[in-house]
Design a protein around this ligand. Structure first.
Ligand code: BDR
Ligand code: CA
Length: 322
């Protein structure tokens, strides 16, 4: 077998983080070196426990690392709205600390990047606090990253302010540090802003399908999404679906052919005033790629195929045709 791709998942699970983590944990050609956690959807004390729950659920020998506190934070931000108090829709799921490392996430990332220069891909599914802390601690180690895939940002409507997306707005200082580093080095950065993630969602029929056909995992997914995320989305905008933000970034890593090709851009961010956090972009000779178009139906099918056999996928296709 070819050498496995080495991946670190940096995340704040989070119900949509859970799908992304599931996808990578189950892919045989991917070696998840570790899961580093950050506060975001919920504070760190909840998110690392959810990562442990997932590792236990899939019986994987993957360590979970606690990251740093946000470098900056706007006290008005509240996120339990969509993810429940425990970050998993308040569904009670057991966990053990068997896979919890006592090494902190930044030391772990640094050690791996120095050991495997140019080989490690980072899937970043939460605020950029851990990446920024790594850059501050050892910029050379960050330059050893092969590529970052980051869910965050928006170039249209925001979801936390009219101009901003949650992950990037949550820690603007971290965003500033990461964006400045990208302007100075050659690290490849793939960004998945709301412009693309808002196009991919499971609706009530798909959750029902997961419940009936998706076994233990499908039931858990339906449980953690339906109690808060689905209800709150309905209350907020009258829609009965849940956007799968973080999964979109993970699926680009596995099926880039489902996304439109894009040219590199330079990103600018306003850090002051009423529109602080607002991003803009212009084509330039950089290593930053902003993805805005995906075949959402094929992407969801490709995701489900990681978990289920062809019989189940065929039923899923029929559901979407009816
Ligand atoms: C992002 O914020 C979190 O709520 C989600 O997990 C996703 O990473 C979407 O704005
Ligand atoms: Ca997330």
């Amino acid at each position: 077998m070819d050498k496995k791709r080495k991946v670190i998942i940096d995340c704040d699970p989070g119900v949509d983080d859970a799908l992304a983590i599931n996808a990578l944990l189950l892919k045989e050609d991917i070696e998840v070196l570790g899961i580093s956690c950050v506060g975001g959807n919920r504070p760190l004390e909840y998110t690392y426990k959810n990562a442990l729950r997932l590792v236990d659920f899939f019986k994987k020998d993957v360590r979970v690392y606690k990251g740093v506190a946000p470098l900056s934070i706007d006290p008005s931000i509240k996120s339990s709205f969509f993810h429940g108090k425990n970050g998993f829709g308040d569904v009670e799921i057991p966990y053990t600390t068997t896979n919890l490392s006592d090494i902190n996430a930044i030391d772990f990332m640094e050690e791996m990047l120095l050991k495997y220069p140019g080989e490690i891909e980072i899937l970043a599914l939460g605020p950029l606090s851990n990446l920024a802390a790594l850059i501050l601690k050892n910029p050379q180690a960050f330059e050893n990253v092969k590529a970052v895939y980051s869910m965050g940002g928006t170039f249209s409507r925001g979801n936390i302010t009219p101009y901003c997306e949650f992950n990037y707005y949550f820690d603007l200082k971290a965003l500033d540090i990461v964006m400045s580093a990208l302007n100075e080095n050659k690290v490849v950065f793939h960004m998945f802003p709301l412009d693309v993630t808002m196009k991919v969602y499971f609706d009530v029929n798909e959750f029902t399908f997961l419940r009936y056909e998706g076994g233990r995992w499908g039931n858990l997914v339906a449980d953690i999404f339906e109690k808060h995320y689905l209800v709150k989305t309905y209350q907020a905008i009258g829609k009965t679906f849940c956007v799968l933000h973080d999964l979109v970034a993970a699926m680009y890593m596995l099926n880039p052919e489902l996304f439109d090709e894009v040219r590199p851009v330079r990103i600018s961010v306003d850090y002051e005033g009423a529109k602080r956090g607002k991003m803009s972009r212009e084509f330039a000779d950089t290593n930053i790629y902003v993805h805005e178009e995906v075949d959402g139906c094929k992407m969801k099918e490709a995701y489900l195929a990681i978990n289920y056999d062809e019989k189940v996928i065929e039923k899923y296709r029929r559901l979407n045709k009816s």
